[in-house]
Design a protein. Structure first.
Length: 553
C-alpha cells in the first residue's frame, strides 16, 4: 500500500515520544521509569478520543523492547522489534480489542498465553484497547495476573497496557493495580501549529481561519483534527483554497458573528429579526443541537468575557467578535445570562421529544425575550451602578439611564412604565414601623410562610426605617431573606436592608408565647385552687392554662 494513500490520521501517527504532542509530562515520566528500571506491571491510559492512548501504548511497547535500549531509542531507522510493533506484527506484543473480546474465556486464553516467555524481545506485552468493555468476570480473572505477573528466564516479564475512554467503568480493584496516566486534550495553539505544519507538508491550500475552525470542532482531539483537515482538502479543487466560508459549509457550521448579532437582537426584543436570522442559520444546514451548543458557549463568553482572552476561547472567537462581546456584556446583568443558560439547557431535553426540532429552537428564542422582559418589568434586573444610594419615590423607574439593549424596545418600556409607577405609588401608602406591624402585614396579606419564619425562627436585634437586623436559628428557610426583601419592596415601594447579626437578639415571638404559657402554668400550679383539686384527685395533672382577655397584660 502506497504511504501517500493513507489518511492523514494514520500517515502522521506518532512513532516515538518525540512525535507525540501535548503529552510531555506523560512521556517524561514513562521514560524516567524505564531508565530507573521501575517499570509498573500495568499501564492505564485514559482520555477523550484521539489524544493518543493506543499510540502511546505502542510507543511504550517499543521503548521496553527496543534493541538499542532506552538511551538510544529508534527514531528514524527502526530496529526489528520497533518495526514489527509499528506494523502490529510482533509475536511478543499482542494487541486485543476489548470491544470485540469481552468475555472471561478471552481473558483466560490471554493468561494461558502469558505462561510462555517472550520469543525475541525482553518483555511480553499485552495491549488491551477499550478495556472498560470487558465483563466483570473477565476483570476478576485478570486481577491475580495483574498483581503478580510471571517472570521469565530472559530476565524480562509480562506487562499490560490498557487504554480506555471510560475510566469510571473500570473496577477500582483493577485501577489500583495499574500506573494511571490521564492524557489531556491538546491545547488549541499547539494543535493549530501541528495541523498547519502537516498542511504545509501536504502542500494543501488552507487559510489560518479555516484551520482554527478545524481546531475548534475537534475539541482537542488530534485524530479528529487530522480527519477534518483531510476532508477539507479533498473537498476543494487543487487550484482552490479552503477558506473559512467554504469550511463552514463543508463542516456544517455557521459564522459566529451571526450568532452574536442574534444574541443582541434577543436582548433588544426584536422578535421578527431574531426569527429571520435564525431561519437563515437553519437554512445553511446547521443542526438544532449544534446551534444550541454554540448558543450555550456564547452565553458562557458573555458571562465570563472579562476573564478570558481570544486564545483561551479555543479559537471560537476572532479579535473582532471578542471585542463585540466584551462591549455588549458590560450592559447585560448577570442574572439575565444565568436565566438564558438555564432555559437553553432545558431546551436540549425538549429536542428529543419534539418531532420538529426547529420549532423548539424558535420557541426558545421567543421565550428568552419574554423572560428577560418580565424580569425588567419587575425591576429585579437593573445594573447595580445605576441604583442611587438615596432612592426616592420612582427614582429607579424615572431614571434617564435606561437599561441598554435589554430585551424590550423603548416603546415597550414607555408603555409599561405608568402602570408600574401607579402600582408602587399605591403600595407606598403602607408603612411598617415595627416588627409587630410586619407580622400583622404578613397575616393580612396571607403570607403565612413568612409569618411562620418571623415568629418561629427569627430573633429581632433592631428594627429601624427600611432596615432590619436579626439573628436566626438553624431551621430558617434558605430563601427567607430574598422572599422578605421582595415582599417589603412590594408592600412599601421602598428597598429594605436586612442584615444578620452575631448578637443574639430578643426572643422569638413563639418563644415569648411559650414562656408566658409556662409562667401561667407554674403560677396556676402554686394556686390554692389547684392544691385543693390535687387533694381530692391525686392523679390529676394541669396541662394548660388559658388566660382571659381582660386579664392579659
Amino acid at each position: 500500500m502506497n504511504k501517500n494513500s493513507k489518511v492523514l490520521a494514520l500517515k502522521y501517527r506518532p512513532k516515538n515520544f518525540d512525535d507525540l504532542i501535548g503529552q510531555n509530562v506523560v512521556a517524561e515520566t514513562i521514560i524516567n521509569s524505564i531508565k530507573n528500571n521501575k517499570v509498573p506491571n500495568a499501564y492505564l491510559f485514559t482520555g477523550i478520543r484521539g489524544v493518543g492512548k493506543t499510540t502511546t501504548a505502542r510507543i511504550v511497547a517499543k521503548s521496553l523492547n527496543c534493541s538499542n535500549g532506552i538511551e538510544n531509542l529508534c527514531k528514524d531507522n527502526f530496529c526489528e522489534n520497533c518495526n514489527a510493533i509499528t506494523n502490529s506484527s510482533h509475536i511478543d506484543v499482542l494487541e486485543m480489542d476489548a470491544a470485540s473480546k469481552t468475555g472471561v474465556d478471552d481473558v483466560r486464553d490471554l493468561i494461558e498465553f502469558s505462561r510462555y516467555g517472550p520469543t525475541s524481545a525482553k518483555y511480553k506485552i499485552f495491549i488491551i484497547d477499550e478495556v472498560h468493555m470487558l465483563s466483570k468476570q473477565a476483570f476478576n480473572a485478570l486481577l491475580k495476573t495483574l498483581e503478580e505477573p510471571p517472570q521469565y528466564e530472559s530476565g524480562g516479564g509480562l506487562k499490560f497496557i490498557f487504554a480506555t475512554t471510560e475510566i469510571k467503568k473500570i473496577p477500582i480493584t483493577v485501577v489500583s493495580r495499574c500506573q494511571r496516566f490521564d492524557l489531556s486534550r491538546i491545547k488549541s495553539t499547539e494543535l493549530f501549529e501541528f495541523i498547519k505544519k502537516i498542511k504545509d507538508t501536504e502542500n494543501g491550500k488552507v487559510t489560518d481561519d479555516a484551520l482554527k475552525l478545524i481546531v475548534k470542532i475537534s475539541e482537542g482531539s488530534v485524530r479528529d483534527a487530522l480527519s477534518l483537515l483531510d476532508r477539507g482538502m479533498l473537498a476543494v479543487e487543487n487550484s482552490e483554497e479552503l477558506n473559512l466560508t467554504k469550511a463552514l459549509k463543508i463542516f456544517g457550521y455557521f459564522d459566529r458573528s451571526q450568532l452574536i448579532n442574534l444574541f443582541k437582537l434577543i436582548l433588544e426584543g426584536e422578535e421578527n429579526k431574531v426569527i429571520e436570522i435564525y431561519r437563515k442559520i437553519y437554512d445553511q444546514g446547521v443542526e438544532p443541537k449544534i446551534f444550541i451548543n454554540d448558543f450555550l458557549e456564547l452565553i458562557y463568553y458573555f458571562k465570563n468575557i472579562n476573564f478570558l482572552t481570544p486564545e483561551s476561547t479555543n479559537f471560537s472567537l476572532n479579535d473582532e467578535e471578542f471585542s463585540k462581546i466584551k462591549e455588549t456584556s458590560n450592559n447585560i446583568d448577570n442574572e439575565i445570562l444565568i436565566l438564558f443558560w438555564q432555559f437553553t439547557i432545558r431546551t436540549l431535553g425538549e429536542l428529543d421529544i419534539v418531532s420538529n426540532q426547529n420549532l423548539s429552537i424558535e420557541m426558545l428564542l421567543l421565550r428568552l425575550m419574554y423572560i428577560s422582559s418580565s424580569k425588567i418589568n419587575n425591576q429585579n434586573i437593573i445594573k447595580r451602578d445605576s441604583i442611587k444610594s438615596d432612592e426616592k419615590e420612582g427614582s429607579i423607574l424615572d431614571s434617564k439611564k435606561e437599561p441598554i439593549n435589554q430585551i424590550k424596545n423603548i416603546a415597550q418600556e414607555k408603555k409599561n412604565k405608568p402602570e408600574i409607577q401607579r402600582d408602587i405609588k399605591a403600595e407606598e401608602k403602607l408603612s411598617i414601623e415595627s416588627f409587630e406591624k410586619l407580622i400583622e402585614v404578613c397575616t393580612n396579606n396571607k403570607e403565612m410562610k413568612l409569618k411562620f419564619e418571623l415568629e418561629k425562627n427569627v430573633n429581632l436585634v433592631s428594627f429601624e426605617k427600611n432596615r432590619v437586623e436579626i439573628s436566626f436559628n438553624d431551621n430558617i428557610d434558605k430563601n427567607f431573606v430574598k422572599d422578605l426583601s421582595l415582599k417589603l419592596f412590594e408592600w412599601t415601594g421602598q428597598r429594605w436592608i436586612i442584615t444578620f447579626s452575631k448578637t443574639k437578639g430578643a426572643q422569638s415571638v413563639k418563644e415569648k408565647e411559650q414562656n408566658l404559657k409556662d409562667e401561667l402554668l407554674e403560677k396556676s400550679k402554686n394556686s390554692e385552687i389547684y392544691k385543693t383539686v390535687l387533694e381530692k384527685f391525686p392523679d390529676a395533672n394541669l396541662i394548660e392554662t388559658i388566660q382571659k382577655k381582660n386579664e392579659e397584660k
